[in-house]
Design a protein around this ligand. Structure first.
Ligand code: 5GP
Ligand code: ZN
Length: 141
């Protein structure tokens, strides 16, 4: 584990956290600076920087935990909805370089925004450009 990774230190118990879930592979705890009551971070115990760095079986484990935790978090704070997302890489705003999914409970008229608010200026792409991007993505798998 990288010595200076805050989330590795939380998993190791060296930094305290409000833990809400733990199994052999996955750990979840409340965000210290919550955007809403119940704001939860779900992480693999092993250190990987980005979602696409995870081995497939660990990605499955992480998704399974998220799937279980979303309703648990929403119910705990009586939220009718949540935003669930990952900042994936520094340019996206990821500050802690250890994969973490955010579960952010949402409430009617809470002043928040949909996930579309995270993007920069929308690009002006015509149909051919969209089709070319789709082809490139399909070819990269
Ligand atoms: P990021 O911007 O990397 O997606 O989000 C990192 C999140 O980790 C932030 O929401 C921040 O409040 C949270 N965070 C940073 N340090 C700590 C900590 O020591 N403990 C907890 N519980 N959360 C932290
Ligand atoms: Zn780490």
């Amino acid at each position: 584990m990288p010595e200076d990774c805050i989330f590795c230190q939380i998993v190791a118990g060296e930094i305290p956290s409000n833990t809400v879930y733990e199994d052999d592979e996955v750990f979840a705890f409340l965000d210290v600076n919550p955007l809403a009551p119940g704001h939860t971070l779900v992480i693999p115990k092993d250190h990987h920087e980005r979602l696409n760095d995870l081995p497939a079986d660990l990605a499955d484990d992480l998704y399974e935990a998220l799937h279980e935790l979303i309703p648990a978090v929403e119910d705990a704070v009586d939220a009718p909805a949540s935003n669930v997302g990952f900042n994936n890489g520094e340019a996206s705003g990821q500050e802690v370089p250890h994969v973490h999914g955010h579960i952010i409970p949402r409430f009617e008229d809470d002043g928040g925004h949909p996930i579309h608010a995270v993007g920069g200026s929308p690009p002006d792409l015509d149909d051919d450009e969209l089709a070319a991007i789709a082809e490139d993505v399909a070819a990269n798998q």
